[in-house]
Design a protein around this ligand. Structure first.
Ligand code: SF4
Ligand code: FE
Length: 483
């Protein structure tokens, strides 16, 4: 396993082609806007060496028998699936951010079982190649960007019908050595902090979409891959040099638009090429795992937000008010409901044909559909408890100013025993999670990440077994025959 320091050093060796704010970024690791997101991923390495968290953060490899970081594990039991969710809650608590490394983990598990079943049914030879890649990932303890979401252009058209055929990632050439791919992947979580990128198709595909049925892995700095950094609310506060106005003084997340300009992939790194019948399975499984993931990470971030709201109430002198206590209980209830869903879909998981465990897809989709709502309500209650000051407060520079600082100090005071700066800090942390840079991960990602709400509704309808429910009703109503 890599230490956090070794992880950071390994990122410095990558030659990523990155643009941000219209300029090329030569040193992403030390860039003040990107650095907090690197700190979050580094935490997944650091905690693996902490004896308190060893059972959650590490696992025994099913491929080599060695101890590995759980973020590179192929789940071998329902206990593994449960530990995954617990690990994600822990990291949410420690970072209050998206720690990015789960997307690759979820992609590994989806590609593993899908490639096995594809080979079994079609006589292809993808699974062994994928397992070789996994051995490499586990040995080197890599962070991998799981890349699914295509730009999609006109949502009313299939990939092959698009006016611009590149709006879904596609194969443009095949030869004896490999394939050439072109396209882009959107909203790529943690792409700049990743050693490798593991690409999957984005939707269920038909026969005419064969060129779009591709899965492969490449080093993140392979020739022709370009990253365009996605900006976040309040991101330039990170360039101001302070620690107060950023809200979260150490951690963050990021997303990028990743462009593939005719990129070569050798055959040994290709895990699907034309088998459109299996695109849907890969998408469904990856999405299912990532919907499970949110039952851990968002809950951990929710824990921090609930704690911050409780501290704000104390600093405001309102902690004893019964409506405040009630609101905090409501937040806890919502948060623990999300966790229950994450644990439930894990405990009801089952082995796939490759031996890798899959979550219960119905419950994982219920988990994520709740995630599209409850964090918004938790955020609303946190804002309610914090008060309007969290969005009207002067800056850190005003607080430190020799002339106006004393006014900020005097008039932003809450209870007399707590320094004004502490009150400002907790307000800014709440702002960061509900409206600022981390709100990407806690709010909008809760809605659209791992698929928008409608995608979960479709899956819930498909998994519901409505005929069986009707049969239960028919028998108990005394209706003799089916009509
Ligand atoms: Fe992990 Fe959550 Fe970020 Fe997805 S959103 S990568 S599950 S922390
Ligand atoms: Fe996500």
């Amino acid at each position: 396993m890599k230490t956090a320091q070794e992880y950071e050093a390994s990122l410095r060796e990558l030659k990523l082609n990155i643009f941000m704010f219209g300029e090329k970024v030569e040193n992403p690791v030390d860039h003040p806007v990107i650095r907090p997101s690197m700190n979050s991923v580094a935490k997944t390495y650091e905690l693996a060496f902490d004896p308190r968290y060893e059972s959650l953060m590490t696992a025994t490899s099913s491929l080599t028998g060695k101890k590995i970081n759980r973020f590179t594990h192929l789940h071998q039991s329902t206990a593994d699936l449960i530990n995954k969710v617990k690990m994600q809650r822990l990291l949410g608590q420690k970072t209050a951010s998206c720690f990015q490394r789960c997307v690759g983990m979820d992609a590994f598990n989806a590609v593993d079982s899908t490639s096995f079943e594809m080979d079994r049914d079609l006589g292809t030879q993808y699974h062994q190649r994928f397992r070789n890649f996994m051995r490499y990932v586990q040995e080197e303890d890599l962070t991998v960007d799981g890349a699914m979401t295509d730009p999609k252009g006109d949502r009313g058209l299939r990939p092959f019908q698009q006016a611009d055929p590149d709006l879904y990632m596609r194969v443009v050439k095949r030869d004896k050595d490999g394939i050439i791919v072109r396209g882009a992947k959107c909203h790529q979580t943690g792409a700049l902090n990743s050693h490798e990128i593991l690409v999957m198709p984005t939707i269920n595909l038909g026969e005419q979409d064969q060129d779009y049925a591709i899965s492969f892995a490449l080093p993140s700095d392979a020739d022709g891959i370009l990253y365009i950094y996605g900006r976040q609310s309040c991101d330039t506060r990170k360039l101001e040099g302070g620690t107060l106005d950023v809200g979260n003084c150490r951690y963050g997340g990021h997303e990028s638009l990743v462009v593939f300009e005719d990129v070569f992939v050798p055959w040994e790194r290709v895990f699907m090429c034309g088998e459109y019948q299996y695109a849907g399975m890969m998408v469904e499984r990856f999405a299912g795992y990532h919907r499970q993931s949110y039952g851990g990470c968002k809950v951990g971030v929710g824990d921090v937000l609930i704690g911050a709201a409780a501290m704000a109430a104390e600093y405001n002198g309102a902690a004893k008010a019964s409506h405040i206590k009630d609101k905090l209980v409501e937040m806890i209830h919502l948060n623990e409901t999300l966790y229950s869903c994450g644990i439930a879909c894990s405990s009801q998981g089952d082995a796939t044909a490759s031996g890798t465990y899959l979550i219960d897809l119905m419950l994982a989709n219920v988990c994520k559909l709740n995630i599209t709502r409850f964090p918004y309500e938790i955020a609303r209650l946190a804002e309610d408890i914090a008060g309007g000051l969290m969005v009207t407060m002067p800056s850190e520079k005003d607080l430190r100013h020799p002339q106006i600082g004393p006014y900020v100090e005097k008039y932003l005071k809450g209870i007399s025993s707590v320094p004004t700066e502490y009150r400002m800090r907790i307000m800014r942390l709440i702002e960061n999670m509900t409206l600022g840079a981390a709100a990407v991960g806690y709010r909008t990602e809760s809605l659209h990440g791992a698929g928008s709400p409608q995608a979960q509704r479709i899956m819930i309808a498909r998994q519901a077994n409505m005929e069986q429910k009707k049969e239960f009703a028919r028998i108990l109503a005394g209706i003799e025959e089916e009509h």
